[in-house]
Unconditional design. Structure first.
Length: 465
């Protein structure tokens, strides 16, 4: 299956200033497969080490001389390792945290050998390390579950993806393409983006079998709770994970997790699930200016899971010979699924370097209600994103937010065909507000940077006209 991140890995491989690359992401998101494919695509001999499967190899990396390391690896693995035609892959490196520090020696003394490391619980090793991380001598790449365009490609829908990727504000979009895209997106909403689950769907497995794979995936994540090594009781972690799913689209309230789970326990468990990348936190921001992270409030946050598969597994969404029709789902569930899918698509709008993209939201504190579902820092500006699970809905909060922040551009994501409008209305407080609204179907959110790239910048709402 084609992954868009492959192009970034190819670019890394030919970069003359290439540093050892660490792939981050949740378990079973395809990190190992990507590295194996990179080696095969590039004609390099893959030297693969799994530190969970063979922890004894950690001692080989005690040496600070990469040439000696390769010599000892050659003896241990009974293979010849030529730096000029090999790729060294260190998998499950969280089981050998001390090896991370040694990656600097490959960058400094043997740069011609490409080195990739990956780990599913890598952030735990990074948090616990007692060594000095080689800052500036290693690079990171976030690996996300497959997005909607990758799902379409896996199903051979290149012809449908072409107009979706090509649409820009002011352009036409065929209604037939929109209808077909919505049908595929509703199926994607049931399947999600975990590669093994997508592969089963592509192979024609029955929906009930797809759902069983999703449940197996969550069972594997739960099995990992024992690896959180004394940090938190696994029952509390499980309760918090379920609470995240139940609160999708709303503020996560630590005191509402479960009777007997204290607020500080819920807060710590949420942070641990985030470190494992099973959960992503969506932080509140006052959004008075850039960067959005400068005005966050630690007590306000929402949370989403790594993939919609987790949601279906924990909510036991029905599936038999066919998936349920979108309109047959309970409105509350449609809202939860929409929020989760939107977050997953928005996380694909970033290059994935470092820690990956940050998601934010805003809500009014006290007094009148008001909330902006998502806020993105994109193209040097603040982009508010209003989310609707259907084709209609009020935008009172968005109007007021645009007036108060003097913004000129906003996005609304729903089930309608893409369109553009210049909004000129009064807020509920009687203030006039004018701004440009880009309306996109939810299945286009992954492409927002390209869609908005040529939108004129404006510092005040009046500039939108």
């Amino acid at each position: 299956m084609k992954r868009t991140v492959e192009a970034r890995l190819d670019a890394w491989l030919v970069n003359p200033d290439r540093r050892p690359l660490i792939l981050r992401g949740p378990r079973q998101v395809g990190k190992t497969w990507l590295v194996r494919e990179l080696a095969a695509r590039s004609g390099l001999r893959l030297v693969e080490i799994n530190f969970e499967r063979d922890p004894s190899l950690k001692r080989v990396f005690n040496a600070k001389d990469p040439r000696r390391i390769l010599r000892d690896l050659s003896l241990a693995l009974s293979i010849d390792i030529n730096p000029d035609n090999s790729l060294l892959f260190l998998d499950e490196i969280q089981a050998a945290g001390e090896v991370l520090a040694g990656l600097r020696w490959f960058y400094e003394e043997l740069p011609r050998l490409p080195v990739v490391a990956a780990g599913s619980l890598l952030d735990f090793a990074l948090a616990d390390h007692t060594f000095s991380m080689p800052v500036g001598r290693i690079a990171f790449q976030q690996i996300e579950p497959m997005g909607f365009p990758e799902y379409l490609l896996a199903h051979g829908q290149e012809r449908l993806l072409a107009p979706i990727a090509a649409w820009r504000p002011g352009g036409e979009f065929p209604e037939a393409a929109h209808e077909q895209a919505m049908r595929w997106f509703h199926r994607f909403a049931m399947v999600g983006g975990m590669p093994a689950v997508v592969a089963a769907d592509v192979d024609g497995r029955e929906p009930r079998q797809v759902r069983e794979l999703q449940k197996d995936l969550v069972a594997a994540y739960r099995a990992d709770f024992s690896k959180y090594s004394g940090r938190m009781d696994k029952d509390i972690l499980d309760a918090v994970l379920k609470a995240v799913v139940a609160s999708l689209g709303r503020k996560f309230v630590h005191s509402h997790v479960r009777e007997g789970v204290k607020q500080h326990q819920a807060r710590h468990a949420l942070d641990l699930l985030s470190m494992a990348q099973l959960v992503h936190q969506v932080r509140y921001t006052a959004a008075n200016g850039l960067p959005l992270g400068a005005e966050v409030k630690g007590t306000f946050r929402k949370a989403v899971t790594a993939d919609i598969a987790v949601v279906h597994a924990l909510l036991d969404t029905p599936a038999a010979q066919s998936f349920p029709e979108w309109d047959s789902l309970a409105p509350a569930l449609r809202g939860q699924i929409t929020d989760q899918l939107a977050a997953a698509q928005l996380r694909l709008t970033d290059s994935g370097a470092g820690d990956g993209p940050e998601l934010y939201y805003w809500q009014r504190e006290g007094g009148r209600p008001g909330e902006i579902d998502y806020l993105m820092q994109m193209l040097g500006r603040i982009i508010p994103i209003e989310l609707k699970s259907g084709a209609a809905g009020s935008m009172k909060s968005l109007h007021q937010f645009m007036f108060e922040r003097h913004l000129a551009l906003a996005v609304r994501a729903d089930t309608n065909s893409p369109s553009v409008m210049n909004v000129d209305v009064k807020t509920t407080q009687g203030d006039g507000v004018r701004y440009r609204l880009i309306n996109v179907p939810i299945y286009m959110l992954w492409n927002l940077p390209d869609i908005l790239a040529k939108e004129p910048a404006g510092n005040e709402a009046g500039d939108a006209s």
